[in-house]
Structure formats: structure tokens, C-alpha cells
Design a protein around this ligand. Structure first.
Ligand code: SF4
Length: 91
């Protein structure tokens, strides 16, 4: 069965964008434009601290997602079995 990349532990994300840069490296693209992973910053409710959201385009499956998973310093990602529920962006 196919494995997909899932941001299971999104609350651990520090917004470093290393995962985004890894996808762009694999796609041989410069900059963050059009990357299959997008990181969103938002202010935590009733707090001065930021938290991060992650959107993953399913087309990322054409890349080496093991490398994308492993580059994250906060172990945010997991490789999980694709159960066919993935459509559009997941977060
Ligand atoms: S590499 Fe990990 S910590 Fe850094 S932005 Fe991506 S998910 Fe967040």
C-alpha cells in the first residue's frame, strides 16, 4: 500500500520551513513559491505566542517523502498508509 505524509504532531512545529525547503530542493526549485507544503503562522488564542498550521498537497507523494519526514527537527510528520480518504489539501 502507498504511504502518505501526514503532519500528525503539528502542535510541535516551530515554523522553520526546513520541510518546505526539502520539497523545493527535490523539485529543483528556488524559493517557497508553489511548494507542496505550506506553513501558516497564527497567534494562539489568548496568548502572545504563535502556533503553526501545515497544509500538504497530495502531489507531494511523487517526492521522497521519507526525506521530507526525516528533515523535520521536531518529528512533526509520520508516514501512514493511504486509506483513500486524502483529497485536496490535508492539515
Ligand atoms: S520542518 Fe518540522 S518544525 Fe520545521 S516547519 Fe516543517 S513541520 Fe514545522
Amino acid at each position: 500500500m502507498t504511504k502518505i505524509l501526514k503532519a500528525t504532531y503539528m502542535e510541535n512545529c516551530i515554523g522553520c520551513e526546513l520541510c518546505v525547503l526539502e520539497t523545493q530542493r527535490q523539485l529543483k526549485k528556488v524559493g517557497l513559491e508553489g511548494a507542496p507544503i505550506r506553513i501558516f503562522r497564527k497567534r494562539k488564542e489568548k496568548s502572545e505566542y504563535l502556533e503553526f498550521g501545515i497544509e500538504i498537497d497530495p502531489r507531494i507523494s511523487s517526492l521522497d517523502i521519507e526525506k521530507v519526514k526525516n528533515i523535520c527537527p521536531r518529528a512533526v510528520f509520520e508516514l501512514v498508509e493511504d486509506n483513500g480518504e486524502t483529497s485536496g489539501f490535508n492539515s
